[in-house]
Design a protein. Structure first.
Length: 341
């Protein structure tokens, strides 16, 4: 056993030396040139150079001397280390989900032997509008638009008229309603494109804002109401405080003469749900009788409802609009901004 020990040690030393020389050989073969960047492709069409890509996409950056890449910088935002794969001629990397600029985001690669930059367009997504508040207003009123990808904002139009931008961030725009505009589609534009909100701003015909208008009167039943309530208000200074005395009571409004729906497509109303109204229903019906439509209430906040008239049977004239409590409970709601567009 002892006679074999020196041989074992010699073999072990030889093995370690072979590993060492192999490592040295690998280091000696490592390309020490300054990195260069030539083009960008995606993972599906690897031979077709791209002129631009979007935030959050996987790309292949092509060039030379890239095997020792330690970081990839997109206009000041670093790609996560775990999302970088490099060899001498390419880097496969995932672009971060948000960058500083909506369009121009140069790529800078750092290796053991230098850095290289490629000027390249990495585009934020098209603007996304999730909501705006308030849902109606008059000229010079301030409106806040919520959403995402508003960087580089180039403008907001309401009913085709440019709004005055007060401030903007990636997720929020504050603006003032332009002169002469009381309703219309809201469109947001960035260098990437233009998107139009699914909700329409304002009222073309007003039933109630700070008062009943246009020949409409209050004919509610099985309820009490305060037509000058000023504590919980959607917009302006007054909203209707309406308390259903019993289940299936109703807030009801009548128009004299009968209201013609010609030129109108949507009924709008804002409702604030009082205590205990979460998930409860208010049913809309019209006279002459057509289809009905149920609204689900949200407790403690204002909710803006837009109901296409086709969902109410497509009436040509309306005598009464009824908002009937339809969960069988006495409850308190607040009503504001009723009308049509």
């Amino acid at each position: 056993m002892k006679k074999n020990t020196p041989s074992i040690r010699i073999y072990a030393m030889v093995a370690l030396m072979l590993v060492f020389f192999a490592a040295c050989k690998k280091d000696n073969n490592e390309n020490t040139g300054t990195p260069t960047l030539t083009e960008v492709t995606n993972l599906t069409a690897r031979t077709a150079p791209l002129s631009s890509v979007g935030y959050g996409e996987w790309i292949i950056i092509k060039g030379a001397n890239l095997a020792t890449t330690s970081k990839v910088d997109f206009n000041g935002t670093l790609a996560a280390d775990s999302l970088i794969y490099a060899n001498d001629n390419s880097i496969t990397v995932k672009i971060p989900s948000s960058l500083k600029d909506p369009v121009n985001n140069p790529i800078t690669v750092t290796t053991k032997y230098g850095t290289a930059t490629l000027n390249f367009k990495i585009l934020q997504p098209a603007p996304l509008i999730t909501d705006f508040d308030p849902a109606a207003g008059g000229p010079d009123d301030q409106v806040t638009i919520k959403g995402n990808y508003f960087k580089g904002l180039t403008g907001v139009m309401i009913n085709g008229v440019a709004a005055n931008i007060v401030s903007s961030t990636q997720t929020e725009i504050k603006l003032k309603v332009p002169a002469g505009v009381t309703y219309g589609l809201v469109a947001v534009s960035t260098p990437i494109g233009t998107v139009t909100a699914t909700k329409t701003f304002g009222l073309k015909h007003v039933i109630f804002d700070d008062a009943l208008r246009g020949g409409w009167s209050n004919t509610s039943y099985s309820s009490t109401w305060d037509m000058l309530q000023s504590v919980i208000v959607r917009r302006g200074s007054i909203a209707i405080g309406h308390k259903y005395s019993v289940g299936f009571g109703a807030a009801r409004f009548r128009c004299i003469p009968t209201f013609s729906t010609t030129g109108y497509t949507v009924l709008k109303i804002s409702i604030y749900g009082g205590p205990g109204t979460a998930g409860k229903k208010v049913r809309i019906s019209l006279t002459p009788a057509k289809s009905t439509y149920d609204l689900v209430l949200t407790e403690g906040v204002w909710t803006d409802y837009q109901i296409p008239l086709t969902n109410l049977g497509g009436p040509t004239v309306i005598d009464y609009i009824t908002f009937q409590e339809f969960s069988g409970i006495a409850s308190q709601i607040y009503i504001d901004d009723i009308g049509f567009y």
